[in-house]
Design a protein around this ligand. Structure first.
Ligand code: ADP
Ligand code: MG
Length: 686
């Protein structure tokens, strides 16, 4: 069996099914076998319907009287039926699952498991999961649950995998050095477990396999990067000193060290491939400025790629203001830039040294004359192709040096393991004078008593502040909302939208300038709002998470995050980092529901301002296969393995090292190499 063949090669998978599978991202036989259960239902030892007690139950019976109706007011489809066994009957109800009408055959027996409860004066089982008795009994009462993708439901996939049950035996080995047959056994156990031990064992092997692939890809990347050639950048000590002396502040030691590491890297003929990691507000942009200056002084070009137009604009202003004095010609290139073609001409003619831009930089007609350094801000926000496109813009077969910056800390435990092969500089120190951001969880009901007075205090101007050398201007506020507009008819929607919140705040604070910002606005509109906020004209900015990353308005000193429970820890920390960027005391208020207790996430955030600590916490709080916030959108997306499993990571690392030292012909491992090359594209920076 060739796992790289199309799923259509499998029994029972016709063109129509193949199409459905394809839409769910399952194209090859490998994809098919590796579409692992997301969870399991345990159907062993059912009770009779007569003996059921309220709470979680498992029953076994036939179903009839199935019907579906639409509840207009709640915009729900409700599917109901009656399950019977020899002892009695019970109503079952599903919401928005009308496919259940087609799931059951009237004469067959099914297991049902769900919560048996009193609803509207009648007992029922709400949203039970169901599986065919003949299937489940074969497997020791454990039934896998697969993620539903569009038309492909869990039970549908289960039927397909059942049809291929006897093909597992043909699955070839994958990893060099692994026990023969270990892989197919693991896959079989995960899809058809006969005990909980089976599930654990199977998953552990597959996790090991995944880590092995990932680590091998990272190591091969490093080897390949070492083969590339880059422009060697000479370091100009005097000019760099002069530049540092011209800044309005003293660089932190961490900034100096990171810059030094970058200068050393770029002074080589192999391209730099360095990740600059620094918590929010640690001053990464200044390090980027130092790197850019170094390259421009040696007569070459630099591109800085930012994930949003707002950020690009801000970098453009900040970098221009410090670099222009040193003769650096800076340009901005975003979707909203007016004379694009003129700027592009200047870039290719080398009349511009540093271009700051967004995706607009990546179009094919943006050519560089001598691009030697690419800086990517918030690198995880860019796709692989986007990053590679920029890398290809370097002339004459040379690769540019690459500096990627991220505020998403990689937990220390990870750095020592999976990332051991990446060059990382860490800004583990905040500029002097920063005070920790005071963070508070506030139930909605206390908004009036606690929050509004605080907002008034923050935004009021201080009449005699000027005398004391402070800003006369009041400080500014971000108010973060989950949605742009209020959804109507949504079930349980208690989310206040940007627009509604703006209206309410304007009523409450008629004397303040309150505006809103969200991702669906036109670029020029967004720029204008950001400019007005930066200049201090807007007092309160109600926004979606478009301001999440990088936005730097030091005069903003309070951020309010509504529906705080709906965000991940990393995202909350990022959002909070919008304030506390100057020397004034800053606050972060997390608004929660009135009646639920705050989650551990929020409590930890309230306690700590340290992004690295929070990353470790998040790693522990999250289940396997997930990693600290946004990182998972980029390179890292372990499906099975967990980054907190340091033992397994260490084993995989050792085994990969042994494989690489053996000097075996890697091409012999065709499937492994094809998987690796996919991972490599994901993890490569060059
Ligand atoms: P981030 O690492 O989150 O991208 P920025 O580069 O935006 O942080 O810097 C945050 C703020 O700190 C900016 O206003 C910047 O001008 C300022 N800053 C940077 N370095 C220093 C320093 N060494 N001392 C004081 N302020 C600094
Ligand atoms: Mg930044």
């Amino acid at each position: 069996m060739n796992l790289l063949d199309s799923v259509e090669e499998l029994n029972g998978v016709g063109p129509k099914t193949a199409e459905t599978l394809k839409k769910a991202g399952i194209r090859t036989i490998r994809d098919f076998f590796y579409n692992l259960p997301r969870d399991y239902e345990h159907y062993a030892s059912p009770t009779t319907i007569r003996e059921m007690r309220p709470g979680k139950v498992v029953i076994k019976g036939k179903i009839d009287s199935l019907s579906s109706r639409h509840a207009r007011r709640r915009n729900l489809s409700i599917t109901e039926g009656i399950v019977r066994d020899s002892s009695g009957a019970v109503k079952v109800v599903w919401f928005n699952q009308s496919y259940r009408l087609r799931q059951f055959a009237p004469d067959k027996e099914y297991y049902f498991t769900g919560v048996y409860e009193l609803k509207n004066g009648r007992y029922q089982i709400t949203s039970p999961s169901a599986a065919l008795v003949s299937d489940v009994d074969m497997d020791g009462g454990i039934s896998p649950i697969y993620i539903a993708h569009g038309k492909l439901k869990s039970h549908g996939f289960r039927r397909l995998i059942n049809n291929s049950r006897d093909r597992f035996n043909e699955i070839p080995d994958l990893l060099p050095g692994a026990r023969e047959g270990a892989r197919k056994e693991a896959l079989f156990k995960v899809h058809f477990p006969s005990s909980v031990v089976d599930i654990g064992g199977g998953r552990e092997y597959l996790a090991y396999e995944e880590l092995y692939e990932y680590i091998l890809a990272a190591k091969l990347n490093r080897k390949e990067n070492e083969k590339l050639k880059a422009e060697k950048i000479e370091f100009d000590l005097d000019k760099t000193r002069e530049f540092i002396g011209s800044l309005p502040f003293k660089l932190t030691n961490a900034q100096r060290l990171a810059a030094w590491e970058i200068f050393k890297d770029m002074n080589k003929e192999t391209p730099m491939n360095r990740l600059l990691q620094g918590d929010v507000g640690s001053g990464k942009t200044m390090v980027a400025a130092l790197a850019a200056l170094d390259v421009v002084l040696s007569g070459r070009q630099v591109a800085l790629l930012a994930p949003t137009a707002i950020l690009a604009l801000q970098h453009f202003y900040n970098l221009s203001s410090v670099l222009k004095k040193f003769g650096v010609r800076v340009a901005l290139l975003t979707g909203a830039t007016k004379k694009k073609s003129e700027i592009k001409k200047q870039i290719v003619n080398k009349e511009i040294d540093l271009v700051v831009g967004t995706h607009a930089l990546l179009t094919d007609d943006t050519e560089f004359n001598d691009l030697s350094l690419v800086i990517i801000d918030e690198q995880h926000r860019f796709g692989v192709e986007q990053r590679q496109k920029l890398m290809l813009k370097s002339p004459s077969g040379l690769a540019p040096h690459l500096l990627s910056m991220t505020a998403t800390p990689i937990p220390r435990s990870l750095q020592l393991t999976v990332f051991g092969d990446l060059d990382v500089s860490v800004l583990n120190e905040l500029p002097a004078g920063r005070q920790p951001i005071e963070t508070k969880i506030i139930p909605e009901i206390e908004m009036r008593s606690t929050l509004y007075p605080k907002m008034r205090e923050i935004t009021s101007s201080k009449p005699d502040a000027k005398k004391h050398g402070e800003k006369a201007l009041g400080q500014q506020i971000y108010w973060i909302c989950k949605a742009i507009e209020s959804a109507t008819g949504e079930v349980g929607s208690e989310i206040t939208s940007v627009k509604t919140r703006t209206r309410k705040l304007r009523e409450l604070f008629p004397d303040k300038c309150i505006e809103f910002l969200h991702g669906k606005m036109k670029p020029a509109e967004k720029d204008l709002i950001m400019e007005r906020f930066s200049s201090g004209e807007i007092d309160i900015l109600v926004s979606t998470t478009v301001v999440e990353v990088g936005v730097d308005v030091p005069n903003a000193s309070l951020i309010i995050i509504e529906n705080a429970e709906s965000y991940g820890l990393a995202q909350l920390h990022q959002l909070r980092g919008r304030v506390g960027r100057g020397s004034v005391k800053a606050y972060c208020y997390l608004i929660t529901d009135n009646d639920s207790r705050p989650s551990r996430r929020l409590l930890e955030l309230e306690k700590s301002n340290d992004g690295f600590y929070l990353a470790e916490v998040d790693l522990k709080l999250r289940g396997p296969g997930e990693i600290y916030g946004a990182l998972q959108h980029g390179a890292l997306d372990l499906r099975i393995a967990s980054f907190s499993d340091t033992k397994l990571i260490a084993k995989a690392r050792n085994d990969v090292d042994r494989f690489l030292q053996n000097g075996k012909n890697m091409l012999e491992y065709k499937e492994l190499m094809s998987i690796i090359s996919k991972y490599q594209q994901l993890t490569t920076l060059n």
